[in-house]
Design a binder for this molecule. Structure first.
Ligand code: PMP
Length: 309
């Protein structure tokens, strides 16, 4: 008889359970008010080592823990415990392929009233198998959204909060309904923020430019990785500064990056073609360095990868 392959195992209410048993009540605070925060973390399968390598796990958990302060969240699990839970759900599920890990800290009480203070929070975590989330070969057609990015004094974008993804969903759906692949958010002041679930970079005269951390963006782990790799591996100048909308149309190259998106070239913005409609040379170099790094093939950055097995 063939060995039983386990279904995905989740972490829920302090223990490991089959994903079908990880259920919350419709009265849960987070379900009613969007008071959850989460991470999206990738594990890449390395065939030579027959292992799954989780990319920048401590950095993701650190962002989560810091953002707990904004939503007044307090959970029993600490940084080390959460890292271990992220690895353990993969081990218990027995996955040996590309995975996406989704830890969520959420207001778990069954209480009425939109407040963040004094409401009990819990951690849960699940995984799914994940390959490419968007086209990373031929380039994306994107459009500036009519929806503005959430501002820091409304719902802080730096928190990867469940509620804030209404903003992302509206922009992404608008773009897709109009025949584009993805949206670019502007801020209330008209400067460029980011994509619906990814950060945006432009390349101008061999300089790599991206919006600063106070530009209503989620300060992406991939963004930081790309900035470091552009400087160290490609020797390029990297600049964080506000970006105007029309700069997008005249840039030499444009690309998105994020855990899900990875490094995704943009070939047009509002039907204005970028780099002749093909991925630019710097984008392609960064893509190639990035994929080597996340797959554990670059010894200089191997410490960013955590082996699961
Ligand atoms: N911005 C938004 C709105 C996102 O949802 C994501 C995906 N987490 C990113 C940027 C990229 O962040 P990271 O590189 O940490 O995945």
């Amino acid at each position: 008889m063939a060995a039983m392959i386990p279904g995905p195992i989740a972490y829920f209410n302090g223990g490991y359970v089959p994903i079908e048993d990880a259920k919350i009540s419709i009265m849960t605070h987070a379900f009613n008010y969007g008071t959850g925060l989460f991470e999206g973390i990738r594990g890449y399968y390395n065939a030579e080592e027959d292992n799954v390598l989780v990319f920048k796990l401590p950095e993701h958990v650190d962002r989560m823990m810091r953002n707990c302060r904004i939503l007044c969240m307090d959970i029993p699990e600490d940084q080390a415990a959460i890292e271990e839970i992220c690895l353990e759900v993969i081990r218990r599920s027995g996955f040996r392929e590309g995975v996406y890990i989704r830890p969520i800290i959420y207001k778990s009480e069954h209480s009425l009233g939109p407040t963040v203070k004094g409401v009990e929070s819990r951690l849960c975590c699940y995984i799914i198998k994940l390959g490419d989330y968007c086209d990373i070969e031929s380039g994306l057609d994107v459009a500036v959204s009519s929806w503005r990015r959430l501002s820091d004094n409304a719902i802080p974008s730096r928190v990867k909060s469940t509620g804030s993804y209404i903003n992302s969903s509206l922009a992404a759906s608008e773009a897709k309904q109009a025949g584009f692949h993805e949206a670019v958010f502007l801020r209330e002041d008209g400067t460029v923020a980011e994509g619906s679930a990814m950060n945006l970079f432009l390349v101008q005269n061999n300089k790599v430019i991206t919006s600063p951390p106070n530009a209503d963006i989620l300060v992406g782990i991939t963004r930081n990785t790309i900035m470091q790799l552009a400087r160290e591996a490609l020797g390029l100048e990297v600049i964080e500064r506000n970006i105007g909308r029309s700069e997008l149309y005249v840039s030499d190259e444009l690309f998105f990056c994020g855990t899900g998106a990875q490094v995704a070239p943009v070939r047009s913005v509002d039907r204005r073609v970028i780099n002749g409609g093909t991925p630019g040379p710097i984008t392609k170099q960064l893509q190639s360095v990035y994929f080597d790094v996340v797959q554990g093939k670059n010894p200089n950055y191997r410490h960013w990868c955590r082996a699961v097995y």
